[in-house]
Design a protein around this ligand. Structure first.
Ligand code: MCA
Ligand code: AMP
Length: 508
């Protein structure tokens, strides 16, 4: 019987020599392909032994590790839905995700077991396991008693494989539902488009709780049967040390600017590499040029979303065109990208409008939010990205901005509405606005502007300290100003563009 389970396709791509090294960690451990096969079978059998319902979610908030990656693959193998959660999320955020997704299984760190299991059990989750980043925890203990043989669950292309939460521009996060077909079709297109060849070696330095590290980097290597040099945490010097033994690296712009700050990054160090890919946030033309001048490599920039995985990419092969800094390249083969004005009408070539996308890479909708999902698609079924851009006469797509109120900081999305909501709840606060300003390291960071209630005394630093106890660290405003009033337009709406202008030099 045809099995469209993504895991089956990845497993089929394992090299014949299963004893070859698949993953090498920076603390000297080597995992063979056979290890990957056996460990994912044991973990899949553990999940299979729990009597979970069809479509059950497995929510995972653990530090990056090879075992965390194996748990992802095992969840696919067992036919359940993987739900990765950023390790920076704190109690209020986790409580929301668990209440919204109702996972049958939650895997957390040994340190967080206390508060996470309380939230999970209260929400009806019956299985909570722990997994440390040092191969400790109850998950591996339990799996060690399971068989290392397992037939991947039969899944169809439209069956759910993962849910990725991508916060709503207003209010709470939305769970983007991605199918086995979404993920596999995109992985196959990228394998060819980015010229993966036998012998490629990937340096994996991204988190594995978002699309870039979990799908684009991981599937790229696995679908090519390629070895990975694995870093649980990004460190510029460790990446540079590994360049002579690798061929492919993927990162967000911050990773590139941090490596450029290292003298060890030389043309010589990068000479064995074949491809550097950047995405998740705008790559500054300065960074693009500096990288080319320093290493001789032209970074390939691509554009993706949790809802669509990758939708455009600069070309890899010269015959497909040049890689143009400041653009995100062409729509990927099989993916439709178009620009529409506010009335939904086509705009002339080169004109700016809302970017829309259609194709097998586009998600199935937001988890239990049919109305919200409907709003984000056009009548003829194209997904509205919320990004603003243009397509020029040569077909290159350029993102010029966002219609959604979004800050992308070091590659992570920060939604002002969520942070403003927390600030507005604080005693003495009448109103707040969070805006993004340029930052040399993270590209863009949030700055909060707060209005006190009449007679209230507010201290910006104290507000930030309180926020740190409530929200993921990357969401915390880097500065908080207390002012008497906010600029408003005639409709009374806060003019965030004026605030961005006022504070744009803060971190120059
Ligand atoms: C860490 N900090 C940050 C960020 N990361 N502040 C703002 N933005 C950030 N992204 C702060 C922490 O709050 C902390 O501040 C201090 O930096 C040190 O924390 P640490 O965790 O040690 O930071 P780091 O190791 O330096 O992390 C920086 C990083 C990380 C390596 C750039 O942010 C990262 O791995 N980013 C990649 C995100 C990613 O994978 N994006 C893909 C999304 P304090 O000390 O004050 O607490 S997928 C996507 O966007 C689409 C689908 C696509 O196209 O790929
Ligand atoms: P996420 O919500 O994590 O899926 O992030 C998707 C958003 O990241 C997109 O809607 C874009 O705004 C942004 N993005 C992704 N890749 C790029 C890129 N290469 N350049 C600029 N923005 C990007």
């Amino acid at each position: 019987m045809q099995n469209d389970n993504l895991f089956a396709a990845l497993r089929a791509a394992f090299p014949r020599d299963l004893d070859a090294v698949a993953v090498e960690t920076d603390d000297g451990l080597a995992y063979s392909w056979r290890d990957l096969d056996r460990a994912t079978a044991m973990l899949a059998n553990l999940l299979g032994s729990l009597g979970l319902a069809e479509g059950a979610r497995v929510a995972v908030q653990v530090e990056k590790s090879v075992e965390a990656m194996l748990l992802y693959l095992a969840t696919l193998r067992a036919g359940y839905v993987f739900l990765p959660l950023n390790t920076a999320y704190q109690q209020a955020e986790i409580a929301y995700f668990i209440e919204n997704a109702e996972p049958a299984v939650v895997v957390t760190t040994p340190k967080n077991f206390g508060w996470v299991s309380r939230i999970a059990f209260q929400a009806g989750t019956r299985h909570v396991f722990t997994l440390g980043d040092d191969r400790t925890g109850t998950l591996l203990d339990r799996a060690s008693h399971c068989s290392d043989q397992q037939q991947p669950a039969v899944k169809g292309i439209d069956d759910l494989a993962a849910i990725l939460y991508t916060s709503g521009t207003t209010g709470r996060s939305k769970g983007a539902m991605l199918s086995h077909g979404n993920l596999l079709s995109n992985a196959r297109v990228l394998k060819d488009y980015w010229g993966w060849v036998p012998g490629d070696v990937l340096i994996h330095a991204l988190p594995i709780f978002h699309v870039h590290g979990l799908f684009v980097a991981l599937h790229g290597a696995l679908l090519n049967g390629s070895q990975m040099l694995w870093l649980n945490k990004f460190d510029p010097r460790k990446v540079i040390e590994r360049l002579p033994r690798a061929t492919v690296f993927m990162g967000v712009p911050t990773l590139y600017t941090r490596m450029l700050a290292e003298p060890a990054l030389t043309r010589e160090a990068a000479s064995h590499m074949r491809l550097f890919i950047s995405g998740s946030a705008p790559l500054l033309i300065e960074t693009f040029n500096d990288w080319q001048a320093r290493t001789g490599h032209t970074i390939l920039e691509r554009y993706g979303m949790s809802e669509t995985i990758m939708l455009t990419s600069n070309p890899y092969r010269a015959q497909d065109g040049e890689r143009r800094g400041g653009t995100v390249g062409f729509p990927l083969p099989g993916v439709g990208v178009r620009v529409r004005d506010d009335a939904g009408q086509p705009v002339p070539t080169g004109e700016i409008g809302g970017i829309q996308v259609s194709g097998p890479n586009v998600f199935k909708g937001y988890w239990r939010m049919p109305e919200k999902t409907k709003e984000e698609f056009t009548e003829d079924g194209w997904f509205k990205t919320g990004d603003v851009g243009r397509i020029d006469e040569r077909g290159y797509v350029t993102i010029v901005g966002r219609s959604k109120d979004l800050i992308i900081s070091g590659g992570y999305n920060v939604y002002p509405a969520e942070i403003e909501g927390f600030i507005n709840e604080m005693p003495g606060v009448a109103e707040s606005a969070l805006v993004g300003v340029p930052h040399p390291d993270f590209g863009e960071v949030g700055v909060a502007v707060v209005i006190p209630k009449p007679g209230a005394q507010l201290d910006g630093e104290a507000l930030i300290a309180t926020l740190k106890t409530q929200l993921a660290n990357f969401k915390i405003p880097k500065k908080c100003f207390v002012v008497a009033e906010l600029p408003r337009n005639t409709m009374g709406k806060v003019q965030k563009n004026l605030l961005r202008e006022q504070y744009k030099g803060l971190f120059a």
